[in-house]
Design a protein around this ligand. Structure first.
Ligand code: NAG
Length: 358
């Protein structure tokens, strides 16, 4: 109850601060994006990002802007490395000059430093990005205006891949689909790209070994998609994202396989009846099959119960030892809507207050 009241208080306080700040200064454009099947995440539209085509897609930059324009689609839930993630998104970039699109991971308090150029990152020192770059910026060592790059704290990519090599042009206005996967145990990042409608390619376009846990050192981070069109004298580029999925996997592989494998590789005695129902004809065979299923279902249930009890005892032991090792991650990874709601509100306040200061 108490936490409910304090959350309500924080909410009312935040809304008041936002109302007051928006009355004093240019309104901070930081709008929640309604959830749809294409954007099944809690997202905020930042900067020039806006939902278009009756909220079916997001346009990142303002092609009519007189100078530079930037937009960010930010997932509101913070998380911490080490953790594995999988994400995929469909986008198109018009053939005008501009920077393209980037998948960015930024500190949780990033918002006040979101800028108008360089994927909104020019004022941020600590970031990780996968850039879909459509501008050849020799200042950051770009080789061409059609590449995918991995960026760590700088737009001077640590790894690049020529997109022309797979006969795609990022800024052709065509819809392209990209998948980015990071596995925290192998510390491998894989980026795939294909024309929209084609299946996920088997081979990654770019694979890169990177320890994101080491990079972030347990800091809370946020993930977003970002675009900017700040090429001198031209911000006509139109970047549109049609869908975005993002998922985290905090549970180690051994936890997944534990409850399933012992059942699969169960000794023969578990099958009290012959496994092959073909051996029985008519009603009798059917009955035995049903009975077998019931026994089988009960056994599964008992196994799951035993396993759950085992996990609880293990977690208690780990927590009692005061350890915050990887083993605890599954418990932390479980989403607590309350916490995130609070975090989201907090972030908006930061943005608002910062604007008052400047
Ligand atoms: C990128 O690939 C295309 C097609 O294979 C090639 O013509 C071009 O020279 C490459 N660019 C760079 C910078 O490697």
């Amino acid at each position: 109850m108490a936490s409910c009241i304090s959350v309500s208080f924080i909410f009312i306080f935040t809304v008041s601060v936002l109302l007051i700040s928006s009355a004093l200064i240019r309104p901070t454009s930081c709008i929640p994006l309604p959830r749809t099947p294409q954007f099944d995440l809690d997202l905020l539209l930042i900067g020039d990002a806006q939902s278009v085509d009756s909220a079916s897609s997001v346009q990142f930059t303002d092609p009519g802007a007189s100078s530079s324009s930037s937009g960010l689609l930010l997932r509101t839930k913070p998380f911490r490395f080490p953790i594995s993630f999988s994400t995929d998104f469909v986008f198109s970039i018009s053939s005008h000059n501009g920077d393209g699109l980037a998948l960015v991971i930024v500190p949780a308090d990033f918002l006040p430093r979101f800028s108008r150029d360089s994927f909104g990152l020019s004022r941020e020192k600590k970031f990780f990005g996968v850039e879909y770059d459509t501008f050849m910026n020799v200042n950051v060592g770009d080789e061409n205006a059609n590449h995918v790059g991995v960026d760590v704290d700088s737009l001077n990519s640590v790894a690049v891949c020529n997109v022309s090599s797979i006969n795609l042009v990022l800024s052709s206005g065509m819809k392209v689909h990209s998948w980015v996967d990071y596995d925290s145990s192998s510390k491998r990042l894989e980026i795939r790209l294909s024309e929209f409608g084609s299946p996920r390619p088997y081979n990654p376009l770019l694979a890169y070994q990177i320890d994101l846990g080491q990079l972030w050192k347990g800091k809370e981070v946020l993930v977003g998609l970002s675009s900017s069109s700040s090429s001198p004298g031209n911000s006509m580029q139109n970047t549109i994202v049609y869908s975005w999925k993002f998922s985290l996997r905090s549970i180690p592989k051994w936890l997944h396989s534990e409850p399933l494998d012992p059942l699969r590789s169960s000794p023969k005695w578990l099958h009290s009846q012959p496994a092959d129902p073909q051996e029985f004809s008519g009603e009798k065979g059917k009955d035995i099959k049903i009975l077998d299923n019931i026994v089988w279902g009960l056994m599964r249930f008992v196994f799951v119960l035993i396993f759950a009890a085992f996990v609880v005892v293990l977690l208690r032991l780990v927590l009692a030892n005061g350890g915050n090792q990887v083993n605890v991650v599954p418990a932390k990874g479980s989403t607590n809507p309350g916490d995130f709601g609070y975090q989201k509100v907090n972030m908006v306040v930061d943005g608002g207050l910062d604007d008052i200061k400047h």
